[in-house]
Ligand binder design. Sequence first.
Ligand SMILES: O=C(O)CCC(=O)C(=O)O
Ligand SMILES: [Fe+2]
Length: 343
Amino acid sequence: MSGDCREQAPDTDGGRSGGIVSGSGAVTSTVSNPRLWLNPNKKHKPESYEDLQLDFAPSIFSSLEQYLPPSMLGVGRDDKVKFMREILLKYLPHGERHRVQRHREYRQKIISNYQPLHRELFTIHPEAFFVSSFLEAISDNGEESFRGIMSEPSPGVFTFEMLQPRFCELLVSEVGNFGKWVNEAKVRIMRPNTMNRHGAVLDDFGLETMLDKLMEGFIRPISKVLFPEVGGSTLDSHHGFVVEYGEDRDVDLGFHVDDSEVTLNVCLGKQFSGGQLFFRGTRCDKHVNTGTQSEEIFEYSHIPGRAVLHRGRHRHGARATTSGHRINLLLWCRRYLILIFIA
Ligand SMILES: O=C(O)CCC(=O)C(=O)O
Ligand SMILES: [Fe+2]
């Protein structure tokens, strides 16, 4: 990999540069010159935008809504969407705006042609997806209950039981079905990032809303407590994908950091040997290639259904999967709004 091993994913949420907005908190509510408030109105309960096909993730609209000027808070949802889209597009650099638009068209084309195999995966069903210990900890929603279901075998690396075997099976089968459709329809798809030749972006074939809910309702509350220094409570966007290793697939994954604040990595199966994750401590951009202290060295063996949660800046990689077939679900969770508006 190159000097800076930060990976950039080719999705609409990957934009990292941007402008500055609303320094003084001054407001106008006209769409011709839309402005946001500097501080969020935390008492305002945002609407849900999940049912709309928009160019930004539904959770971005829900998060942004609290920054609307008071005169906009009570208007209809369509007017809010129009206002917020204008703001989002206005503050994206021109090239990025174009990329968002093209990616939206790409996603739309896939979603209108691909027939899902297991429709029950496309809406979140916590009881069917998650194990009960995880659900209980989320419902308790406190540091003690989160730590109660987790181990932290190395500082900043948390592991816990998360997904039910049936959910893992269905997701693996859905990914297989998507791959089959891609081959048969001869569609060229974008891979999850520049490190993978195999794997698929789940957000691109209809799972964006479900994964948005997973991040908002399950990963954000945990991150608020375990990763406050990277803005765990303000995660508002994600890049959701699977990686696949084994014969005829990728073998290993080089040393890197993720383009995320917090990364969720859950093994979905199937049978495999090898494929351990290796960690080498957290670094900022400037020091990403510095040496490793012995206490930062940690190796983790994947177990189906079990999650690993770590900061995106925690340096890591994956050893060769030496036999069988390994599939992992990755959710790179980000703070998109903060990055484009308060750059
Ligand atoms: O293969 C794995 O488990 C690690 C995947 C990973 O680190 C990534 O895709 O960013
Ligand atoms: Fe990674």
